[in-house]
Each structure stands twice: as structure tokens, then as C-alpha cells.
Ligand binder design. Structure first.
Ligand code: 5RP
Length: 215
């Protein structure tokens, strides 16, 4: 599986153009992208990072990390996913970086998602849906999720996001209308962000393989 992730990550470099500030996601697939990006780092202006983890790896390669506020709109965002449906709608947040990932995806003209083949599904929801919450709202949000979706929220105990918040993973969902569910869950007070990337899906999906498949 990590070979498929490597092939997807390396293929995504084809989308990088000279002088770009590149939006960079988080996770093991993205780590391969960052390593490949390092080989052409002289061609880019820098990167906007979605997590402390990716920031460390980027800086380790000598790639400048730029604050999104100073970067303006981005041309390209490259990130992984936990699940991807046929409409390029995603579940993300397995690495607890969903909020910053969603911000950068929204700021970017093109979102290239890099996955291994196991991430492809017909209906999202087998992977527990991550939701970042303000700590004091954890129980309130969990009760609302049960009432609204019938799913079972489980607190990812011991995990603090880069924003100082907590994560609930919602099990037992079959998400037939991801846009509506994203909108509804976003309304619950205390929800910081929902790991559904449906209102703003990926534009391009690269499935790692020999050769990689571009959807
Ligand atoms: C982090 C994410 C990751 O993109 C997602 O978890 C996939 O990770 P990996 O590439 O390690 O399988 O959303 O919050």
C-alpha cells in the first residue's frame, strides 16, 4: 500500500508549476509528495502547510513555509484522503488535520487528491467520520450527532488538534447525501469542522498504481 501512496504522491508533482506557492496537506501519502516536491524545490516559491507535521517535513527539506494570510489565493492544493467517492467527495481527518486542510482546500483553485486504491468507495462512511470540536462542546455535539445521523460518535481520546481542539469519530454512517450532511453537521454549536469534503470536493484524484490513474 505504501508503494501505491508513493506513486500517487510522486505523480502529483506534475501539477506543480514554476513560481507556485503550493498548498500541502497531511498524512503518509502527502509525505511522499513532500519528498518529491523537495527535488524541484528551486522551482517553487514555497508552501502553505496544513499541519505541524507537514511543516516539519517541508522545513526539513529546506522548503519555505508561508502563512496562508500572506500567500493569497493558491493555484494548487495537494492532499490525501481516508475515503473518496465517485464524485470526488471525500472523508478526511484521519490525521486530525481536517480544519486547516479544509481552509487550504477552500483557498485553492485546484485540489489534487492523492490516494491508494483502497480509499475508493461507492458510498462514504465506512471510515469513521472525523469531526473537530471545541473541547467543552464534546458531549453536546456527540448527542446532536446521534440524534441527527444515528451514527455513533467516539471521542479520539488523547488527541489534540493543532488548533487545541478534540476529535469525534462517527461510526456506522452510510452517507448518501454528503453535501447535506456536511451542511447540517456544520450547524451544531461547538463543531469546528466536519471531515466531509463534499461542498468543496477534489478536482482531480490520483490513484496510486503502476501507472497511476488520474480521475
Ligand atoms: C489527515 C488526512 C489525511 O489526508 C488522511 O488521513 C489520509 O492519510 P494517509 O495518506 O496517511 O492515508 O485527512 O487529516
Amino acid at each position: 500500500m505504501s508503494e501505491a501512496k508513493r506513486l500517487a504522491g510522486e505523480k502529483a508533482v506534475d501539477y506543480v508549476e514554476d513560481g507556485m506557492i503550493v498548498g500541502v496537506g497531511t498524512g503518509s501519502t502527502v509525505a511522499f509528495f513532500i519528498d518529491a516536491l523537495a527535488r524541484i524545490k528551486h522551482r517553487i516559491a514555497g508552501a502553505v502547510s496544513s499541519s505541524e507535521q507537514s511543516t516539519q517535513r517541508l522545513r526539513g527539506h529546506g522548503i519555505e513555509v508561508i502563512d496562508l494570510n500572506n500567500a493569497g489565493p493558491l493555484s494548487l492544493y495537494v492532499d490525501g484522503a481516508d475515503e473518496c467517492d465517485p464524485h470526488k467527495r471525500l472523508i478526511k481527518g484521519g490525521g486530525a488535520a481536517l480544519t486547516r486542510e479544509k481552509i487550504i482546500a477552500q483557498a485553492s483553485e485546484k485540489f489534487v487528491c492523492i490516494i491508494d486504491p483502497a480509499k475508493r468507495v461507492d458510498v462514504l462512511g465506512k471510515f469513521p467520520l472525523p469531526i473537530e470540536v471545541i473541547p467543552m462542546a464534546r458531549s453536546l455535539v456527540a448527542r446532536a450527532i446521534v440524534a441527527q445521523t444515528g451514527g455513533q460518535p467516539v471521542w479520539r481520546e488523547g488527541v489534540n488538534t493543532d488548533n487545541g481542539n478534540w476529535v469525534l469519530d462517527v461510526h456506522g454512517l452510510a452517507i448518501v447525501d454528503p453535501v447535506a450532511m456536511e451542511r447540517e453537521l456544520n450547524q451544531i454549536p461547538g463543531v469546528v469542522s466536519v471531515g466531509l469534503f463534499a461542498q468543496r470536493p477534489a478536482d482531480v484524484v490520483i490513484v496510486g498504481g503502476e501507472p497511476p490513474m488520474v480521475l
